[in-house]
Write a protein that binds this ligand. Structure first.
Ligand code: GLY
Length: 391
């Protein structure tokens, strides 16, 4: 009798264990179904003359102008949701919000380097998902504008304009803007775009990384000589700390550049960044806003950094020949995706101002956008899931 009861209890434990683990396909259906609802809410809250980028603690949307670096993420999110669900209402929203950026490549419109993020996430996805060639020229024009910020003397694209502190600031985030250059070369046959991307990525390997493969946020150069002027942070804890999203941009950037160019040094760089991150990420995979914040665990997570890393880890796992590393990257990506898809991070439909993820950190030292949803977190979260289930 006792034996039967024990066997029944064991069977119940096994069943509840197997029931507990949702399959990644089921998780994807659940998240993309929520994303359809959220895109509709956010679409309705989107102002005619801009994009809603975040949602504050008082329940108000943060509006961004189309020249802001974030303007491509909501259109991009809509394209990913349409691609996964075929929902025509979301496609219409994707088209409408993409075309808002139509004036961006005009001279004088972009005073920073982020036209790559803006146009590649919107127009780049529009072309990729629909094949509609009317999106093509804007991508090439935007790449041309980005190249105007490149100096052969420095070997980098200038990220922000010169200011009182820096003459030629280059931020690690800039690695992400190289994707549009590679895309423009494929679309136009003009190799000069990719040449700029290659040079920027090689210079950044040389100057932006510490011996442990963590990265500075800002490296500033002397424009006349290309010498290094300063190594600092803007959004991290301090100059020597590892700002979480910066590390994520580095991982994603070098993985992407290896995909686009096949250059072995880029793969090695991505692998080394991955090893560094795998050694530092917390148990649930979602980094605190800066790896070196002394207040950990009593400080804020940055869900956007977790989402960007998850997407990059999935892709890197398909490139690296280090089988053990590939396995660790994929396991980490799965953990990050599962954590972000849990009630702790994923909004209930209709809540969170129409954003998917909670708990992102925009710019903590500036006391801006702390523990809020962020449009880029949602974009890379959906990309991570799409990449994972396509393996
Ligand atoms: N590129 C700006 C940021 O990551 O916050």
């Amino acid at each position: 009798m006792r034996k039967v009861a024990l066997l029944a209890a064991a069977a119940a434990v096994i069943m509840s264990c197997t029931e507990k683990q949702e399959s990644l396909d089921a998780l994807a259906s659940r998240v993309f179904s929520t994303a359809v609802d959220q895109c509709k809410v956010l679409g309705a809250a989107t102002p005619d003359d801009g994009i809603a980028n975040s949602y504050d603690h008082l329940g108000k949307h943060k509006k961004s102008d189309i020249t802001d670096w974030v303007s491509g993420f909501f259109p991009g999110t809509c394209w990913l949701v349409y691609e996964h669900t075929g929902n025509e209402e979301i496609k219409a929203l994707a088209e409408k919000t993409t075309l808002k950026l139509a004036s961006l490549p005009e001279p004088g419109m972009v005073t920073h380097h982020d036209i790559g993020f803006m146009v590649n996430c919107s127009y780049g996805n529009a072309l990729r998902v629909t094949g509609d060639q009317s999106y093509r020229q804007t991508i090439i024009d935007a790449a041309g504008k980005l190249c105007e910020r490149f100096s052969p003397t420095v070997g980098c694209i200038m990220s922000w304009n010169p200011n009182a502190k820096w003459q030629y600031p280059v931020i690690i985030d800039n690695m992400m803007n190289l994707e549009i250059l590679c895309n423009a070369t494929k679309l136009s046959g003009d190799k000069s775009f990719e040449e700029v991307a290659l040079t920027h990525a090689r210079t950044t390997i040389k100057n932006h990384f510490r011996p442990d493969f963590s990265t500075w946020h800002v490296v500033s150069y002397v424009p006349e000589t290309g010498e290094i002027e300063a190594k600092n942070t803007a959004q991290g804890l301090n100059d020597d700390s590892a700002w979480a999203r910066g590390q994520a941009w580095g991982l994603y950037g070098y993985t992407m550049m290896y995909r686009e160019t096949g250059e072995a040094d880029f793969l090695a760089q991505a692998e080394n960044i991955a090893r560094y991150l795998l050694g530092r990420l917390p148990e649930d995979g979602i980094p605190y806003w800066d790896f070196d914040c002394p207040l950990i665990p009593d400080t804020f997570r940055d869900s956007s950094a977790g989402a960007i890393m998850a997407s990059a880890f999935v892709e890197l796992s398909t490139f690296t020949k280090d089988v053990a590393l590939a396995d660790k990257c994929l396991k980490m990506a799965e953990k990050q995706i599962r954590t972000l898809a849990s009630d702790e991070y994923l909004a209930a439909p209709g809540k969170n101002g129409g954003f998917l993820l909670r708990h992102g950190v925009g710019h903590l030292p500036a006391n801006s956008q702390i523990d809020v949803p962020l449009s880029y977190g949602d974009y890379y979260f959906l990309e991570a899931i799409s990449r994972y289930i396509a393996l």
